[in-house]
Design a protein around this ligand. Structure first.
Ligand code: NAD
Length: 449
């Protein structure tokens, strides 16, 4: 199938490259020329495991990039819209969706062949039917369901594991305006046989995505609330969670004593310094606003956000219980990306933590294996950066583990070489609490001094 993907960010580029790898003829469109130049040179503009290999194998064969949306739509059978859908402070911001819908509509106006337009971006229920479709109809002068097809196909990939997730989907959700559009999406995904496919209407497809993300965010805030209580009353949240996880409803016992499947969804049931990224915060806020507008307020999700907003402060409170005056204290912030495996720092708890440290006039040195470039664009020279973990922690009064990068598990070894040992504040509970001399962890009672 000839596919155009509009917007080549984390979702668009990974989707495009994976579909090209599966044999479709894909063109990736972005308005940023630099990204397209990088893609055509097989250099991923984002950090994602395996993406460089995928580009090498597909660019010039079944994949190419362009800034020419008109040409891409004219020469494809189906367009996937994968542009950003940020939160504007009040509600979901659909300006990029509107722009692209208009641009595609103007091309459909001049296109004789049947074309299907699929929204892959995360949009609140009703958007495909009441925003995208009318714009396409107006710009093209044609009728959806008759002259062109319309669909909604949410994406569930996780940054850091995006290619594996896309290549091995657990489900594919296809929301179609009509049978012909659904058939086109079926053909697109026929390259993934034996996967559960949910075929539904666009509004339900849109709701499925928000339901999934809101639940995962809720699990995290729930864990953090329990963790904060544990820390107050002298219980270790890691032990409390382990005991809870073993419930067979969370971690099923398999027949004939086969090993239980770890970690499953319960990875989201762990206390930490909060969730971030380009999806959970904006999606939960967008759903809250959507519920409010629909006359169905969402107090639970409001609480999820409140708990999350406060969580980076837990790290600062720990630090200040040791150093009430942070002026001139050297603090190493370990991990800037919102999760391991990505260079995405959007809404990362690290941003809040660093800003608070700077307000308190601490001397901040940051280390992240892949997100330095993004952090420099955000903080410029207000903080120092190191390219090696050992150099970042040298001379630090305290280390704050913010991202669960696997290499941080070697911290106990490194920290032991310093006299005196710095304070370690573990925002992800990833190193053993007795592995360093001065340990503080989320969900663990503070050191008694
Ligand atoms: P992103 O910001 O990384 O990428 C969006 C891209 O669209 C940018 O490269 C931008 O230049 C491009 N763009 C904007 N307007 C354009 C136009 N008119 N023409 C061509 N290109 C244009 O966004 P993302 O993280 O890939 O997310 C895209 C959507 O997918 C969002 O709705 C998001 O909620 C959803 N989503 C994201 C993830 C994730 O992990 N990032 C996972 C699932 C779903």
């Amino acid at each position: 199938m000839r596919v155009s993907v509009i917007g080549t960010g984390y979702v668009g580029l990974v989707s495009g490259a994976c579909l090209a790898m599966k044999g479709h003829d894909v063109v990736c469109v972005d308005k940023v020329q630099q990204k397209i130049g990088q893609i055509n040179a097989c250099t991923p503009p984002i950090h994602e495991d395996g993406l460089a290999d995928l580009l090498c194998q597909t660019v010039g064969q079944t994949l190419h990039g362009t800034t020419d949306l008109r040409d891409a739509v004219l020469n494809s059978d189906i367009s996937l819209i994968a542009v950003g859908t940020p939160f504007d402070g009040n509600e979901i911001d659909l300006r990029y969706i509107r722009d692209v819908s208009r641009q595609i509509g103007e091309v459909i106006k001049d296109k004789d062949a049947y074309h299907v337009v699929v929204v892959k971006s995360t949009v609140v229920p009703g958007t495909t039917d009441t925003v995208v479709t009318p714009i396409l109809e107006e710009a093209s002068g044609k009728r959806a369901g008759q002259d062109f097809g319309i669909g909604m196909n949410p994406e569930f990939l996780k940054e850091g594991e995006a290619i594996t997730d896309f290549m091995h989907p657990d489900r594919i959700v296809i929301g179609g305006g009509d049978d012909r559009a659904i058939a086109a999406m079926d053909e697109l995904y026929s390259v993934f046989p034996n996967v559960d496919i949910v075929r539904t209407n666009p509004a339900t497809a849109e709701m499925i995505k928000y339901t999934a993300n809101s639940l995962l965010a809720t699990l995290i805030s729930f864990s953090n609330e329990i963790g904060n209580l544990c820390a107050k009353v002298g219980v270790d949240v890691v032990e409390a969670m382990e005991g809870m996880h073993l419930d067979k409803r969370f971690t099923p016992i398999l027949p004939e004593n086969a090993e239980r499947i770890w970690p499953g969804f319960i990875t989201y049931l762990a206390a930490g310094c909060g969730f971030g990224g380009s999806c959970f915060p904006k999606d939960v806020k967008a759903l809250i606003a959507y519920g409010e507008n629909a006359g169905s307020p969402m107090p639970l999700l409001n609480a999820v956000m409140q708990t999350n907003n406060k969580q980076p402060g837990q790290m600062l409170d720990r630090l200040k219980s040791h150093f009430p005056d942070l002026r001139g204290k050297r603090i190493a912030v370990l991990g800037l990306a919102f999760k391991p495996g990505t260079d995405d720092i959007r809404e990362s708890p690290a941003l809040t933590i660093v800003h608070k440290l700077l307000t308190e006039q601490a001397e901040v040195v940051a280390y992240d294996p892949v997100a330095r470039h993004e952090a420099e664009a955000h903080f410029s020279d207000s903080i120092a950066y190191e390219d090696e973990l050992s150099r970042a922690i040298e001379g630090a009064d305290a280390l704050m583990i913010v991202t669960r990068w696997p290499e941080f598990s070697k911290l106990p070894e490194l920290v032991k070489t310093f006299v005196p040992q710095p304070l370690v504040i573990d925002g992800r509970r990833m190193i053993p609490k007795d592995s360093v001399a001065n340990y503080e962890g989320i969900g663990l009672q503070g050191l008694v001094r």
